[in-house]
Design a protein around this ligand. Structure first.
Ligand code: F6P
Length: 543
């Protein structure tokens, strides 16, 4: 077995964490502030343009040390080495996991089956960069000789969420190319978007690692048919390119070899935005900015690989999340960027986190009896405050949050940025401190409310507080810092998967539904299978 294989609940540190939990679970976050005047040691981390404050959590230095021991005992150090060196740690698919290789400097070396993949990456990247330069400059023309004005990315899951999140996040840095993403097999998604497109000046990018994904291939076939009918063009080679590992299938679709940008089996779809899968990103922000995005991710890779555990951002955030998930039985985590540009970040993280760590069998193949993958959800602040924050403040569930914000805005209105960020700080403070009954009564009294009314209304105005959050404050939203932020979350996933003793880089759980959908689709036209009564009825309603 390539990775360490240890049941976390049998580790010494886990046992100690249970008794430690019992001793501190009734203490408030704020009480730790009082007892530990100087939390600088472990709670405030400065790294490049990042300032990460993990002080507002239900933990103290002892918790921190025990969680670090847990990571060490689980064999995280050895696992990190194997991850970065290209060992086949995705054992259920017999693959290495090397989205970090694509971010390495071009003079590095990583051998896979005796080939230095850095050389392969270098070659493929330079092809992608020249292509992007040609499209952006207008040198690359569509079939009728016109410049490309729009890009349509056809892909789903990792072949959509990364590129669409990053291009949205970096809108400020984008050129004039218009961007459209078509992912859903829902015909409405296709028809709503296709009407806005002029086929003569559009470049269609079909992104599918396997080139067998039903949604993508269905949409691509439809678009090809629509394109040929509309344009009467003799071929698609000037307006269609593909990103895939399945060269044979792409060619039989009608896309020539020179229009194929390769993918690799050692990069999972949900970690692939750095590769040719990110071609729409590169086209829309330009090669220079795309390189900065990668550089930022590389810097976080180095931080994760080389920094001692107790100063290591992905490790600290990873173990903290395990603390809530496995000891406080908290089921979900909210990600709240105080930045409209990052509105798709929670959606993107849902795939990368939940597809990776939503597993219930350990690395021995045995069913596990502890909780794994957290549920990720969220939305931008301040919108989220006016939507679901009620439940976080006064509901019954414990939902740790990541607040993400920027010191400097991209616009010039400093004052509105300060207003936004005062909400960022206020929310984390309010969640931690809450408001007790005494303060509620005092406030009502000072407003001259009658005492009968005060008795009646005061319980509803109490905030228990003691709700944990991390504050991730970054100097500025730019390609470099965004690359580092995404990479930080990628490595957090890795840390958690290692400690939970699961395989984070396969996704067998999505297969069953795909197979059944194929069977059911056939049944709409000619019945070939017996189903349960519920399924039979639903099929009948749609026939
Ligand atoms: O069904 C899940 C999944 O396999 C994801 O892991 C992947 O990102 C997505 O489908 C798309 O796959 P492909 O790039 O092969 O079309």
């Amino acid at each position: 077995m390539t990775l360490p294989n240890k049941n976390p609940t049998k580790l010494k540190a886990w046992g100690k964490l249970i008794s430690h939990y019992n001793s501190i679970c009734n203490k408030s976050i704020y009480s730790h502030f009082k007892n530990e005047k100087d939390k600088r040691d472990y709670c405030f981390i400065n790294w490049e343009d990042f300032y990460v404050d993990v002080s507002k959590n239900r933990w103290n230095k002892k918790t921190f040390d025990l969680l670090m021991n847990l990571a060490k005992e689980a064999g995280l150090k050895e696992a990190i080495e194997k991850y970065f060196n290209g060992k086949k740690i995705n054992e259920t698919e017999n693959r290495a996991v090397l989205h970090t290789a694509i971010r390495k400097k071009s003079n590095s070396e990583i051998l896979i089956d005796n080939k230095n993949i850095i050389e392969i990456i270098k070659y493929d990247k330079s092809k992608m960069y020249s292509f992007c330069d040609e499209v952006i400059s207008g040198k690359w023309k569509g079939f009728s000789g016109k410049k490309i004005k729009s890009i349509v990315n056809i892909g789903i899951g990792g072949s959509d969420l990364g590129p669409s999140m990053v291009t949205e996040a970096l809108s400020y840095y984008r050129n004039k190319l218009n961007l459209v993403f078509i992912s859903n097999i829902d015909g409405d998604h296709f028809s709503e978007n296709i009407n806005k497109i002029d086929p003569e000046t559009t470049l269609f990018i079909i992104v599918s690692k396997t080139f067998t994904t039903q949604e993508t291939i269905n949409n691509a076939e439809k678009i090809k048919k629509w394109f040929l009918k509309k344009t009467k063009a003799s071929g698609i080679e000037k307006n269609f390119v593909a990103v895939s590992t399945n060269i044979k299938k792409v060619k039989s679709f009608g896309i020539p070899q020179e229009n194929i940008f390769p993918m690799y089996d050692w990069i999972g779809g949900r970690f692939s935005l750095w590769s040719s899968v990110g071609i729409s990103i590169c086209l829309s922000i330009g090669v220079k900015n795309f390189k900065k995005l990668i550089k930022g991710a590389r810097s976080m890779d180095n931080h994760f690989e080389k920094t001692p555990f107790d100063k290591n951002l992905p490790i600290i955030l990873g173990v903290l999340s395990i603390w809530y998930n496995n000891f406080y039985n908290s089921e979900s985590e909210a990600v709240i960027p105080y930045c409209e540009y990052l509105k798709n970040l929670p959606k993107y993280l849902q795939q990368s986190v939940m597809e990776s760590n939503g597993k219930s069998v350990d690395r021995n193949g045995d069913k596990i009896n502890y909780q794994t993958g957290t549920i990720i959800w969220g939305s931008t602040g301040t919108n989220a405050q006016h939507a679901f924050f009620q439940l976080i403040h006064q509901g019954t569930k414990l939902i740790p949050l990541d607040f993400i914000g920027f010191k400097k805005p991209l616009h010039k209105d400093e004052k509105s940025h300060k207003k936004l960020m005062s909400n960022f700080i206020a929310q984390s403070k309010a969640l931690m401190l809450g408001k007790d009954i005494g303060s509620v009564i005092k406030e009502l009294n000072s407003n001259n409310i009658e005492s009968v009314e005060i008795d009646k209304i005061s319980p509803f105005k109490v905030f228990d507080g003691n709700k944990p959050s991390n504050s991730i404050l970054i100097d500025k939203l730019n390609p470099y810092n965004l690359g580092a932020l995404i990479s930080m979350y990628e490595h957090k996933i890795f840390v958690q998967g290692i400690i939970w003793n699961i395989y984070s880089f396969d996704q067998w759980g999505v297969e069953l539904g795909k197979k059944l959908a194929d069977e059911i689709f056939k049944d709409f036209y000619s019945k070939s299978k017996e189903h349960d009564i519920s399924t039979e009825n639903l099929i009948a309603k749609l026939k």
